[in-house]
Design a protein around this ligand. Structure first.
Ligand SMILES: *Cc1c(COP(=O)(O)O)cnc(C)c1O
Length: 415
């Protein structure tokens, strides 16, 4: 990055330090991944300079002939990949994709039924501290206290009581498959729209290793940067008759000019996600998460829902006498990056909850498989149980170094 080095050595140095950090640490935040070099290149192009408010062939600015082709490619690829009637690839993020859907389908004060934040829901699903919680009248369903699973009878009951206009399925910390068919039935029973937010598991859906929400939901929202492994951004899929409404809500309803560099990178990501290699990658993500959860189970650490069918695992680390924050810090010190997380019916606060969330998408991108998961899982257990044992800490640091060397990422990227 010779231009940046010349014009701003401070940022240049920090960018290169961050690249080194990403190369040298074990990334286990379930919502993160390593986008391909092709995706990164695309994000850094002159497409960023263009204003293209509007949609292909319907722009408010001149000079969009090429941008039109790019956005249309991204739209076509998203529709093909997810077999959807309509796609909007302009949302700047997952949260904005959700906001656009609310704007399209609801009026202020309308009722929403969504998953509780503490049970794995997302801030943008109507949390009190979020704009959505201030504009709409939001009711929450949780999970079963014993099993940690969504209790669909309970969702149906709440839907009958509150008569929401919109029901939201999809979560950030739910380790199991969601029954979208059942959600559709519940929505139909009260005449509600069904939105599925697949931000976390979009990659699994693209690879057909997770239930497909597209046939059941009126609208599906997503990010592109989690399991889907694309640029940081969002998109919306919907049934044909809602397409115009959704497009209008994204622009001019919510956003100004689209990020054309990011939209091009989304197109690259959708192409990557259609390849057989990507399907194998997603299958490995799940195999890795399952093995990892077995290691935790064998070490007596409580796992929410006793395991996983996805890319993520939610541990109750109070079962070994730690808070989520403590566990996060212990692992961070040796270069394993994960995040503290609320668990269902958490008795601790969101600032230092009882849970630790771990994911396998990024490690799997490095090429790690079952054997590495066993090693890493055991290392995590030993560390969490003996955080002050210097020998274990030193040994773990060495092991992290060894693993990141053996499974390098961004081999020939240099900043
Ligand atoms: C990550 C996530 C989002 C938000 O995505 P941002 O791009 O961070 O705004 C929305 N919904 C769910 C379920 C998520 O997991």
């Amino acid at each position: 990055m010779k231009y940046l080095a010349k014009s701003d050595s401070q940022i240049n140095t920090l960018v290169s330090e961050e690249l080194k950090r990403q190369k040298d640490e074990l990334e286990m935040i379930a919502s993160e991944n390593y986008a391909s070099e092709a995706v990164l290149e695309t994000m850094g192009t002159v497409l960023s300079n263009k204003y293209s408010e509007g949609y292909p062939d319907k722009r408010y600015y001149g000079g969009n002939q090429i941008i039109d082709k790019i956005e249309q490619l991204a739209i076509n690829r998203a529709q093909t990949l997810f077999e959807a009637d309509h796609a909007n690839v302009q949302p700047h993020s997952g949260s904005q994709a959700n906001q656009a859907v609310y704007l399209a389908l609801l009026n202020p004060g309308d009722k929403i039924l969504a998953m509780d934040l503490a049970c794995g829901g997302h801030l943008s699903h109507g949390a009190k501290v979020n704009l959505t919680g201030k504009i709409y009248d939001v009711y929450f369903y949780g999970v079963d206290k014993e099993t940690g699973l969504i209790n669909y009878d309970d969702v149906a009951k709440l839907a009958k009581i509150h008569k929401p206009k919109l029901i939201i399925a999809g979560a950030t910390a739910y380790p199991r498959q969601i029954n979208f068919d059942r959600f559709r039935q519940i929505a139909d029973s009260v005449g509600a729209y069904l939105m599925v937010d697949m931000a976390h598991f979009a990659g699994l859906v693209a690879a057909k290793v997770y239930p497909d929400p597209v046939p059941f939901a009126d609208v599906v929202t997503s990010t592109t940067h989690k399991t889907l492994r694309g640029p940081r951004g969002g998109f919306i899929l919907c049934k044909k008759h809602l397409g115009e409404q959704i497009d209008k809500a994204v622009f001019p309803g919510l956003q100004g000019g689209p990020l054309d560099n990011i939209i091009a990178a989304k197109a690259v990501c959708f192409k990557e996600a259609a390849a057989l290699k990507f399907k194998k990658y997603q299958e490995q993500i799940i195999r890795n998460a399952k093995i990892l959860s077995l290691v935790f189970a064998n070490n007596g650490i409580k796992i929410i829902t006793n395991g996983t069918d996805t890319h993520l695992i939610l541990l109750d680390v109070t079962s070994i006498g730690l808070s989520g924050g403590q566990a996060e810090k212990i692992l961070e010190k040796i270069g394993i990056i994960a995040n503290k997380n609320l668990i269902p019916y958490d008795t601790r606060s969101a600032k230092d909850p009882s849970g630790l969330r771990l994911g396998t998408p990024a490690l799997t991108t490095r090429g790690m498989k079952e054997n590495e998961m066993k090693t890493i899982g055991q290392m995590i257990c030993d560390l969490l149980k003996n955080p002050n044992d210097k020998k274990i800490v030193e040994k773990s640091k060495k092991k992290v170094k060894e693993l990141t060397k053996k499974f390098p990422i961004y081999k020939d990227l240099e900043y």
